[in-house]
Design a binder for this molecule. Structure first.
Ligand SMILES: [Zn+2]
Length: 410
């Protein structure tokens, strides 16, 4: 059984000042058209005349555009204006109630409140370079916090609290939900533990990875002692590429199994945004005081799982899309240094690679678990306000998130 899933993704835009100017104009023109057409219909209602529906309103729109007085409407892309009229038509239709005609009459739009307009087509989305193309406005950068999945049906631009946002509506086909899990989980990706979940469980890299990478290092040393392009050298080279193949196969298998297990059990998965993580140098695999053993183990795992995290996230992404679940990406900065209990941020909270002890409130836990808890909390924030905010003040009240509390007492 398959179903069509509709999803909405909302991102904050980073427009240039000229683009902001255009968005203000566009929103203004759309507000004008809405109010104007609404006024005509209210007048007609009052005088017991029939309402104008979309086609007639669109005819009026054409007249306004060619008039001198409202000629400014010509500078605006016409499709959002038509969309506004369609929306007005729908608002009138929705307002009709069989018992009480026009129970809810559409309202006039005020400047600065409901500033928005919608493109039904003509837009483009480039997720890799974090930008959207809006007709007559151009390419606008956006804060890419999660992967957009599905075919984009329309884009709505809106303003709230001084910021501009784009809402992207998509549709895709998926299998009927295979699970009813509604749990949300945060994931920390690391070296000694490949993933740690905010529910306390974790997955270590396979033992075979260690063996394989030792073997690889050994065979590579052997290769370096052979004469380049000699028969023996070629033979050795082949042996090495065989090992590489085995490694790739084992890694692929491992990543598939790990991502399937997590996807099966959690409807909403929050992960670190690897793009952001790779950019910051103080990235978390930051090994401050590792024991010798940890360091050696890390090095080996790192060599094999180096590219693994990206692949892991993309597996999770498509598995979640397939099952109707979701995945959120959050800023990973300070997730390993922030206290989940009191929010105090300090390098000193991280005692060793694996130990976390808050210097402020004394909260103790495994460092990777702390990372996962913080990732989860950022996911909650992202869902609650659409925009992620970093906690920077230590005066912040402890969060009462039930997930966190459960773990703190566990
Ligand atoms: Zn603390």
């Amino acid at each position: 059984m398959r179903q069509t899933i509709r999803k909405a993704f909302k991102f904050r835009l980073n427009p240039s000042s000229e683009q902001v100017q255009k968005m203000v104009e566009f929103a203004g023109a759309n507000r004008f058209v809405w109010n104007k057409a609404l006024a005509i219909n209210l007048f007609r209602l009052e005088h017991k005349q029939s309402l104008l529906w979309y086609n007639e309103m669109a005819y009026w729109l054409g007249l306004w555009k060619s008039s001198e007085e409202y000629g400014f409407l010509k500078t605006v892309h016409s499709q959002p204006l038509q969309q506004t009229l369609k929306k007005l038509e729908k608002a009138f239709k929705d307002g009709f109630d069989k018992k009480q005609p026009l129970k809810r009459i559409p309202k006039f739009k005020k400047k600065g409140l409901s500033d928005s307009f919608r493109y039904p087509q003509g837009f483009k989305l480039e997720q890799d370079s974090n930008k959207v193309f809006l007709p007559k406005i151009g390419w606008v950068k956006y804060r890419n916090s999660r992967q957009v999945i599905g075919d984009v049906k329309n884009m709505t631009i809106s303003r709230k609290g001084g910021y501009w946002y784009v809402s992207i509506q998509t549709e895709y086909e998926s299998e009927i939900l295979r699970y009813v899990s509604t749990s949300m989980v945060g994931i920390d990706m690391g070296i000694t533990r490949f993933v740690t979940l905010s529910d306390g469980s974790y997955v270590e890299p396979l033992n075979s990875f260690r063996k394989l990478s030792k073997k690889l290092a050994f065979e590579q040393r052997k290769l370096s002692k052979k004469v380049r392009f000699s028969a023996n050298w070629k033979k050795q080279k082949q042996r090495i590429s065989k090992i590489h193949e085995t490694v790739a196969y084992a890694r692929h298998d491992f990543l598939h199994k790990t991502s399937s297990n997590i996807s099966k059990n959690h409807a909403m998965i929050v992960v670190e945004d690897l793009k952001v993580r790779n950019m910051s140098k103080s990235a978390k695999g930051n090994i401050e005081k590792p024991g010798k053993n940890v360091k050696a183990k890390s090095g080996l795992n790192k060599s094999i799982l180096g590219q693994g995290w990206g692949m892991f996230v993309s597996f999770l992404e498509y598995k979640q899309a397939w099952s109707g679940g979701d995945i959120l990406k959050v800023n990973p900065q300070y997730t390993s240094q922030t206290c989940p209990s009191c929010h105090h941020i300090s390098k000193n909270n991280r005692k060793t690679q694996s130990e976390f002890e808050c210097e402020e409130c004394g909260f103790k836990a495994n460092a990777d678990l702390v990372g996962a808890l913080n990732v989860l909390e950022r996911g909650h924030r992202l869902l609650a306000c659409g925009v992620e905010t970093l906690v920077s003040s230590k005066k912040q009240e402890p969060v009462g998130s039930s997930n966190t509390n459960l773990l703190l007492t566990a």
